[in-house]
Design a protein around this ligand. Structure first.
Ligand code: ATP
Ligand code: MG
Length: 562
């Protein structure tokens, strides 16, 4: 079977070029990157891009990448999210050397803030939130200095200690950097660096009632860890002057370089934890790992492989320009990977019964099926065959056009790995629906081989009725029926009502394992399927991971042409 390819270096991109250059100029002994999620939700495919970039660089340049929890909002962060993030990064196949949290640095951050006050570069502001906001100005208008801006260093130090020592209530004071209220960059207009928040933190408990803000925390955490290249998405470009300002003003162990790249946006889905959380909270999906979710855990449950997500991250590349990627690109990475590695099996998801009239009633036999059509290393298996089998309803048509090479009265087809059968007649229920199809078989055609040189165009899959396992199969489609749901204020009207269709009477070849396996199967002619994480031998449930072909590309083309 195909095994993992040997070590391989990712293609170049502008960030790798910067790092290579820094190395050739001896700027760093060791490259250190970090992936810094906030533990306020599950990771999604956008995060996968950042994980592959940061950990991939560390691997290729023989450096390290830290997994750092950026946990400065105690109300939103939870242990469940921390656990899921660790699991997802590991599942993608990456290893961290250290797994710190920004909250581990709260003491150091507090002392850095004190240093800023001592340098006259930070002050305690006692304006209320509304005044602070209105005095901040706008894109076209300079801000106004706070009336508290010129407090003495001593007074600021005392107030800050009192803030920390629980003397005030939320919102009464805030510590702000003293930069420039008329800066054209609003981030530089005396940003708040500490606020009072009486909340229990998942890591530090009730030790703190003041918490540092993101911009202050992030650059200093990077510096404390000796990060050389701090890679973040483009929306932080305007924050870079502030990132650099803190590091310039404070005596830190080093000054990491922030480099921004474009976020991954995928058509027909959302990559925002806040909105994904809304889907979960409103029960639009069943959990963060619902197989329709673009979360790493949802994709895993659906049957995506880590290899396909890593391949996808490489294909889309890293640039400075925002773009939205077609779902088909991601799906094709998965198809390519599974085509190589998935074991083939037969299953009938919309069954209709076929009775082979001339096959002895008490007889059954085994036919041999290849486990992979191209790769003989996968071997073969024995498949039971008997007088009553199931085939797909779609593989029968009563009044079929000439080019319908499947079952229709009078026509002959090949049952995969088994025999040629000829359709004789169809028996219907009172309501006109099909009860069973009567066929005859040619005993000389065993193995699907022509006994006399006569040709049969069509081959269909089947499952022996007596031996079949009955399962429920879930067919997934995009969650949204418009290509850019992220642009909507309210996405509810854009939800695809057919994003999940359940078929309750699928018939599986008996060799299919009904409890979760590491890799999806290919059900021949139908697509890739994997037992759901909740599937059991008593109640088998299969997820369709992916169809065999991209039917959406065609639908989109038609839509664009109409
Ligand atoms: P969200 O808006 O979904 O909460 P976020 O950026 O706030 O995303 P974080 O947990 O702060 O989420 O992100 C951790 C890291 O992942 C950050 O460095 C961030 O830039 C990166 N990241 C987040 N979303 C994407 C994306 N769509 N494409 C690439 N990188 C991303
Ligand atoms: Mg964030």
């Amino acid at each position: 079977m195909t095994t993992e390819s040997e070590e391989k270096i990712s293609p170049p991109n502008f960030i790798r070029d910067i790092i290579s250059n820094d190395i050739s100029e001896n700027k760093h002994d060791n490259i250190i990157t970090r992936f810094p999620p906030e533990p306020n939700g599950y990771l999604h495919v956008g995060h996968a891009k950042s994980i592959c970039l940061n950990f991939g660089i560390a691997e290729d340049f023989k450096g390290v990448c830290n997994l750092r929890f950026d946990d400065t909002n105690p109300e939103k962060e939870e242990q469940e999210y921390i656990d899921s993030i660790r699991q997802d990064v590991e599942w993608l196949g990456f290893h961290w050397e250290t797994n710190p949290s920004a909250s581990d640095y709260f003491d150091q951050l507090y002392s850095y803030a004190t240093q800023l006050i001592k340098k006259g570069l930070a002050y305690v502001d006692s304006q209320n939130a509304d005044d602070m906001r209105s005095n901040r100005g706008s894109l076209t208008e300079a801000g106004k200095n706070s009336p508290f801006r010129d407090r003495s260093i001593e007074e600021n130090l005392q107030l800050f200690v009192d803030m920390k020592n629980d003397k005030y209530s939320d919102g009464e004071h805030a510590l702000r950097a003293k930069i420039d209220m008329s800066s054209p960059n609003i981030n530089m207009r005396d940003p708040v660096i500490y606020r009072i928040r009486h909340a229990t933190h998942h890591n530090t408990g009730n030790k703190w009632c003041i918490y540092p803000m993101y911009d202050f925390t992030h650059c200093l955490s990077d510096a404390i860890e000796g990060i050389t290249h701090s890679l973040c998405t483009l929306e932080f470009e305007d924050h870079r002057p502030l990132y650099d300002w803190f590091l310039d003003k404070l005596e830190t162990p080093c000054h990491p370089q922030q480099i921004e790249f474009a976020r991954l946006q995928l058509k027909y889905t959302l990559t925002s934890k806040r909105k994904l959380n809304q889907l979960v909270q409103e029960n639009i999906v069943d959990a963060w790992d619902d197989p329709r979710m673009p979360t790493i855990s949802g994709m895993r449950r659906r049957g995506y492989t880590a290899q396909s997500i890593r391949a996808f991250s490489e294909i889309i590349g890293v640039t400075k320009k925002d773009s939205t990627i077609e779902m088909g690109v991601l799906e094709n990475c998965l198809r390519e990977d599974l085509n190589k590695r998935a074991i083939r099996r037969m299953a009938v998801i919309n069954p209709v019964k076929v009775i082979i009239e001339n096959y002895p009633e008490d007889q059954e036999e085994m036919v041999t099926g290849k486990n992979h059509p191209q790769d003989p290393q996968f071997g073969t298996r024995e498949i039971p065959f008997s007088r009553e089998i199931y085939v797909e309803q779609d593989d029968f048509m009563e009044d079929a056009p000439r080019k319908f090479f499947r079952l229709s009265p009078g026509r002959e087809v090949r049952l995969r790995f088994a025999y040629y059968v000829t359709c004789k007649e169809v028996i219907k229920n009172d309501d006109g629906s099909i009860r069973e199809i009567i066929c005859t078989y040619d005993p000389e055609s065993k193995g699907g081989k022509s006994p006399d040189g006569r040709k049969v165009k069509g081959t269909i899959h089947w499952v022996s009725a007596k031996h079949a396992t009955t399962a429920s199969v879930r067919i997934y489609d995009r969650l949204f029926n418009i290509s850019n749901p992220a642009k909507l204020d309210d996405f509810h009207n854009a939800l695809n009502p057919d994003s999940l269709i359940t078929l309750d009477n699928a018939k599986l070849e008996p060799s299919i394992e009904t409890v979760r396996q590491p890799l999806a199967y290919q059900f021949e002619r139908l697509g890739y399927f994997i037992a759901d994480t909740h599937s059991t031998n008593e109640t088998p449930i299969f997820n369709r991971t992916m169809s065999l072909r991209d039917s959406w590309a065609k639908i989109e083309k038609e839509q664009n042409n109409s």
